[in-house]
Ligand binder design. Structure first.
Ligand code: PHE
Length: 497
């Protein structure tokens, strides 16, 4: 046996690379024996990704939490909870996070780390390794499409956040009442140019960061800004409590009023669980590819899911306290946060300063989420065409920016252009992605992980050694998560529902 075959044999046992060999070439580089990805001139071992690696578990937690915590928690969760009647919706959402969100998130990180490439190529590779049908790789493609669609409207809402930094910091909301705050938002909505400008700024910042690579820069920023955002949310909650609306806000969020349970509300809760955890479209899968092998996936995912849920609950409690203290309408729609938060800071001492900072932090949380929305597509294009990251990022950004204009216009000149039912372009894209594409993505990821992935892969990736732990995985991904998603879908399309 020649030395090359011996090494392949040895590595093959260690890394289960037998069927990788087709795409990889063994080479000696700087005195180290390495596997070289054939099409690209980048040297990596099977335990690394060609796009780089998170330098530690902590950095992965920050990046994934940065992806998860975003407008979904602070802007979207309170307003859809308000629209869907509060309590029952919140409880349904918590169930979806626990029963569907966490298992699927574990599966995504696992698939990413096993594949070590963009979601599309990781899926391709794993399908090959597990001798499954090629159709499974559609999960990767659908995810790229969902990420593109989500980013288009996400950037528009984040643009409102950018605009509000200046409005609050300049004292524009000092001492205002609910009415004035509502009108200020209406004025922004009726101004497509202003909205387009801030949409452009947000997309520009995101693409600038994405072009420079995921790892560099992200760490320093998230390390400080995420905890600070948390602190300011607590300040906001403190204000909510002081303003006398807390009891009502708490009751609205947690009292089970069954009459407000609607089947569509259930689907929105499921969709939001996926949206807020960034699952079902490959963002977490893409980030999983950069996770070092020593990191415990299950523990890390639990941390991220808990952080994400905590931020949403605190934001919800704060916002509903303010809503009830000021006689506002909990179900008033996507503008909810942009009315309540300026109103609250406007009444606080040093409110202009803290309000400005709050919107800076929200914008930052949005940027770290937006970055992750682009990663599946960017990583794939880089792998496939050997293109430079920055060129791919700019191309994607421009296309997504253009589509985003349709969401800008949904609030003004196209406000009566309906795509499906009574939904504007913005509402339609939001509904299609969050409530249909992400749950379906999550469903197929659960099925793939539960039924197709080889047992040895799961056990080695998750460090499972006991049969009982394996049984939990099997039940969660084969039965609980898929049936949960299917049940919600069936109820929603049931004619009498
Ligand atoms: N989780 C992000 C938020 O809550 C949005 C997001 C969805 C990011 C899907 C990536 C993928 O704001």
């Amino acid at each position: 046996m020649c030395i090359r075959d011996r090494i392949i044999g040895e590595l093959g046992e260690r890394y289960e690379i037998a069927d990788w060999i087709a795409n990889w070439q063994l080479s000696v580089w700087q005195d180290r024996i390495q596997l070289v990805r054939l099409r690209r001139d980048i040297y990596v071992t099977p335990d690394e990704s060609t796009h780089g690696m998170w330098s530690s578990r902590w950095l992965f937690v920050l990046a994934a939490a940065g992806s998860a915590v975003g407008l979904g928690n602070i802007w979207k969760f309170p307003y859809i909870a308000g629209e869907n009647g509060g309590g029952v919706f919140v409880v349904a959402y918590l169930f979806c996070v626990a029963l569907v969100g966490i298992p699927v998130m574990v599966a995504e990180v696992l698939i990413g780390r096993q594949g070590r490439q963009s979601p599309i190529n990781s899926m391709r590779l794993l399908v090959q390794q597990s001798e499954g049908s090629k159709a499974w790789s559609l999960i990767g493609w659908a995810g790229v499409a969902a990420g593109f669609l989500i980013l288009s409207f996400y950037s528009v809402i984040a643009g409102w956040g950018l605009y509000y930094i200046g409005e609050l910091a300049s004292g524009g909301f000092t001492g205002v009442d609910g009415n004035t705050a509502t009108q200020a938002l209406a004025a922004l909505h009726s101004n497509p140019i202003l909205m387009a400008v801030f949409h452009t700024v947000f997309m520009g910042i995101t693409i600038f960061i994405v072009a420079r690579g995921v790892v560099s820069g992200l760490e320093r920023a998230i390390r400080w800004l995420m905890p600070l955002l948390f602190v300011l949310l607590i300040v906001l909650l403190g204000y909510g409590i002081a303003s006398g609306g807390f009891a009502e806000g708490f009751d609205f969020m947690f009292a089970l009023r069954w009459e407000s349970l609607s089947f569509d509300g259930l689907l929105v809760a499921l969709g939001h669980a996926a949206f807020t955890l960034s699952i079902g479209m490959g963002a977490i899968m893409a980030y999983g590819a950069y996770v070092p092998s020593s990191v415990s996936i299950t523990r890390t995912v639990m941390t991220i899911a808990m952080l994400d849920t905590l931020v949403a609950l605190i934001a919800g409690l704060a916002i509903f306290s303010i809503v009830f203290a000021n006689g506002l309408e909990p179900g008033s729609g996507p503008g909810l946060m942009f009315v309540t938060v300026p109103l609250a800071f406007g009444q606080m001492p040093l409110g202009a300063l803290f309000g400005g900072i709050f919107f800076i932090l929200v914008s930052f949380a949005a940027i770290t989420s937006a970055i992750s929305l682009t990663e599946p597509a960017i990583a794939f294009l880089v792998e496939e065409y050997d293109a430079s990251r920055s060129r791919v990022a700019v191309g994607l950004g421009i296309a997504c920016w253009l589509l985003g204009l349709a969401s800008v216009f949904s609030f003004n000149i196209w406000s009566d252009v309906y795509v499906v039912g009574e939904k504007t372009v913005f509402d339609s894209i939001d509904y299609l992605t969050a409530n249909i594409m992400l749950p379906l993505g999550a469903l197929f990821i659960a099925l793939f992980a539960g039924y197709v992935l080889p047992r040895v892969t799961v056990m080695s990736q998750l460090g499972i050694t006991s049969e009982s732990a394996m049984a939990i995985w099997t039940v969660a991904l084969r039965v609980v998560a898929p049936l949960g998603i299917l049940a919600v879908f069936l109820y929603t399309i049931w004619p009498s529902g």
